[in-house]
Design a protein around this ligand. Sequence first.
Ligand SMILES: *Cc1c(COP(=O)(O)O)cnc(C)c1O
Length: 407
Amino acid sequence: MDKEFALDPHGLQQAIDWMGREFSTLESLDLPTHLPQLGMGSLAALNSLAPSILGGAAGLGKATSFAHMDPPTPWITWALTLWNASLNQNLLHPATSPVAGDIEKRVVDWLTPFFGMDGGHMTPGSTVANLTALWSARECAGISEVIASEGAHLSIAKAAHILGLTYKSIPINAQGSIDAAQLPVNLSQSALVLTAGTTSTGAVDALDLAGKAAWTHVDAAWAGPLRLTKHAPVLAGIDLADSVAVSAHKWLFQPKESALVLFKNTEKAHAAISFGGAYLATPNIGVLGSHGAAATALLATLLAWGQEGLAQRIEHAMKLAQHLSEFVASDERLQLYAQPQTGIVVWGPKDASLFHHIQSSLPVGSTSATTVSGVQWFRNVAANPQADIEGLVAAIKDSLNYNRHAT
Ligand SMILES: *Cc1c(COP(=O)(O)O)cnc(C)c1O
């Protein structure tokens, strides 16, 4: 009996104890340059890694964190991830995932109606979800090109490249969404990708363009979960799409890697991207081979919170973004790129020379930067419902006032 494969409550308790500790300084990683010949033992490895992995990590759930699409994750997902690691189920084959496979189907069934789709499957991210959807589009609709706005995520161009499809980029309007007037008239050979919440500015493309092309894919990686909230109308028209991508590791508060690709006609879409194999009882659908049980953490979260608990957290995050954008709009020294649609606030000083000063005075991890049409902006993302927006507003005010006294 090899104890390394058995439950070690003492070792796991130690791992949990480390999680509760505060680390005052960022711990850097100090590792041997080569693979060690002899092992130090599991407990020693755990203790040697804890300070740098825990103490050196970006604090995504901290009160100051309001910069990126990566949310804090609820503890129930930590527990399910631990179970997943120990069980190591493989959803490639029902024999290696008798329950986990059904759980993924159930989670997909729960979520598809909010998007007007009829099924789909989980992927490790929307990058893979977008690739999968465009692969189906190529097989089912015979498309030869992919059209998306300049604000589309790079995974769309990447998917076109992998699939051997021409990629056409359409300019954005002043709100950051696709300039529909510049779309080609003939879309009969095209997959049109509409973004519901662009990565840079959170803009939502006109989703009523869905249906105008041979295939319409909506990349709702970021803003898709708004469909489960009172903000659902922001994504009105998404149900007209042929496929939808949603990242669960963004606004569904899941640990990476967790996302969904959904289809209007799943039977047809899945059939087009299925491969049989001698040892496989059921065809292998989609891009992945072996594939883990990320669905169990999502299921547990949805059971724990219900739609209401999830919606409350997203709606609260939306309120934080709204508060920040109202502050920016009210301060004559600042300007908004556009009214935020999906919890992403893009703003900057009217006097561009103040940009770097403000940037260096804001708390680490509070604010990111983005370049839109050649102009640099600050960017805040409402992924963290625990963010302290009063604190961020105070820090922005401080940085502006400091500068006024200095000049
Ligand atoms: C994050 C994002 C993606 C990529 O999703 P991953 O889950 O990071 O692979 C695609 N599109 C948009 C609009 C995104 O915001």
